[in-house]
Design a protein around this ligand. Sequence first.
Ligand SMILES: Cc1cc2nc3c(=O)[nH]c(=O)nc-3n(C[C@H](O)[C@H](O)[C@H](O)COP(=O)(O)OP(=O)(O)OC[C@H]3O[C@@H](n4cnc5c(N)ncnc54)[C@H](O)[C@@H]3O)c2cc1C
Length: 501
Amino acid sequence: MKTEKGKNPLDSDVIVIGAGGSGLAAAVEASEKGARVIVIEKQRTSGGATPFAEGIVAAESPTQKRMNIEVTRDQLFKNHMDYTQWTLNARLVRALIDKSGETVDWLEKKGLSFTIRGLYGPLPTGKTDPPVVTMRPVFHIPPNWGSGIIKTLLKSCRELGVQISYQTKAEKLLIDKKGAITGLLVSKDGAPQTLHTKNVIIATGGYSSNKEMMRQYCPQYDVSNIDKLNVRKTHPGDRIRWVGQMHNGDGIRMAFDIGAASDGLGILLMNGPNFVAGNHAWMLAMRPAAIRVNREGERFAAENLGPFVSDNATLRQPGQVMFSIFDDELKQNIIKNGFGLISGGKYRHEASGIEQDLEEAVARGSCCISDSWAEIAEWIGATPEKLDAAIKQYNDFCKKGHDDLFAKDVSFLKAIKTPPFYACRSYPGFLVTIGGIKINERMEVLNQDNAPIPGLYAAGITAGGWSGSTYNIGLPGAGCGFPIYGGRIAGGNAADRSLNS
Ligand SMILES: Cc1cc2nc3c(=O)[nH]c(=O)nc-3n(C[C@H](O)[C@H](O)[C@H](O)COP(=O)(O)OP(=O)(O)OC[C@H]3O[C@@H](n4cnc5c(N)ncnc54)[C@H](O)[C@@H]3O)c2cc1C
C-alpha cells in the first residue's frame, strides 16, 4: 500500500470517516469545493444506517414550492426549539435547518426526486385525520428512501473522483503538540496504517452496538432488551440488529481521546414498542384500541400515544416490559377491514398474515391466547385480581365514553369482552443513538474549553446538540436529514480550511 517513504495513497486534504449519509454528503461537498477527499469505511459497503430511513425533513424546498406547500425555516426552527425547550444548540439547529431546503435542491440537481407526505401516510386532507399526522408537510421521501440518497451521493463521489476505502477502520486521531489534526491511524486487512491529513470529518454513526457505552450513557434503557429483541425475520425487533456492528461509538471514543467535549449523549431514537412477532401481529397488538398493561397488570399510559413517546412510558415500568391486551373482536375486525393507512400505505388494508404471525408469536413465547383472564394474568406475572380490576375499569370507561385515568382518545375506547383474549409481550425499542461529540454550527469539534480542535469536524448522529431526548414528531426525517445537512456543512468548512492553509 505504501508508495514513497512516509506517503500513503490515502493521504488527502480531507479524510471522512464513515460512508453513511453524513459522511458521503461531507465528501461530495468537500470535493465539489475542490479538496482531495478520501472516505474511510470499515464495512464492505457504504450507506450505514441511512438506507433504513424513509426520508428527510426540510423547509423551503423546491419540492414544497412545486406542491404549493409553504413551510418556512423559521417555523421549523421554532417548532424544534420549543419542542426541546431550548435545551439544544440553537445556532447549530438553525444552521442545519437553513441547509435543508437547499440540500433537497442539491440532491434534485443530482437526479434524485422527492415527494412529501405525513409520517404515516399521505398528507392530511381534512380535520378528520388522526392527530399524529397534523405536523407540517416537511417529510421529503425519495424513491427507495435512504438508499436513494446514498445511491445519488455515491454517483457524485464517482464523478468527482472521491475514493472510498472499504474495510478500512479508523482507529485513532493523530494530533500535533498544539492539538491540531495531523492524520489518522487506520487498520486495513489487519495491518495498521498512518494516513496524513490536516482535516478529518467524523461521521461514524452512534453506539447502539456498544453495550458498555449503552450502559454508561443510556442508563434509562435496559440493554438486555437488545438481546430479547434480536430475533431474525421479525420486523420491529430486528431494527437494532440491522444497524449491527456499524455503530460501535468509534468516532465518539476517538474524539474524546484527544480531548473533545461531549454534548447530548444518552439520546435514543425510540421506535417501539417492539413485539417479537411478524409484522401483522405486531401491528394488531399496537392498535390503540388494545390496552397496554405492565407486568403487574396495570394500565400505565393512553394507548394512542405516538411511537416516539409511548416507549418513554414503558421505560418507567418494572422490567421495562409492556403487554398489549385485546380481544378476538378487534382481531376479527382488522382481518375483515385491514389496518388502514400505515407506513406510507405500504401495509394498507393488508392483514392476511395475522393468524400465522400470532401462532409463531405463541411458539416464540411472546404471546399468550386464552379464554381465561386468570391464565393470562399468570402468564404476565400479575395477580388475577389486579388484571381483572384493570379490565373491568377499562370496560367501564368504554361504556361511559371517557377514560378517567389517561383521557385516551374516545374513538379508541372499545370494551375488551370477546374471548379468546390475547396478551402480547413487548419491549421499548430504538433505531439509533443520537449524540456524543460537541460541535458548533460550523460542525467543528469543540474541546473542554469550548474552542475548536483545529481540523476536526463531526456530523450525523455521532455529534450532539441538535436532538432533544425524545424524537420530535414535528420534524419527521430529522434523524436522517440533519446528518446529511451537517455533513455538507462539515465538508464545506473542512475543504475551505484545507484550501486556505
Ligand atoms: C431501521 C431504521 C429506520 C430509520 N428510519 C428513519 C426515518 O424514517 N427517518 C429518519 O430521520 N431517521 C431514521 N433512522 C435514523 C437514521 O437512519 C440515522 O439517524 C442516520 O442514517 C444516521 O446517519 P449517519 O451518517 O450519522 O450514520 P450512518 O449512516 O450509520 O453512517 C455511519 C458510517 O460510519 C461507519 N463507521 C463506523 N465506525 C467506523 C470506523 N471506525 N471506521 C470507518 N467507518 C466507520 C459505519 O460503518 C457507517 O457506514 C432510521 C434508522 C434505522 C436503523
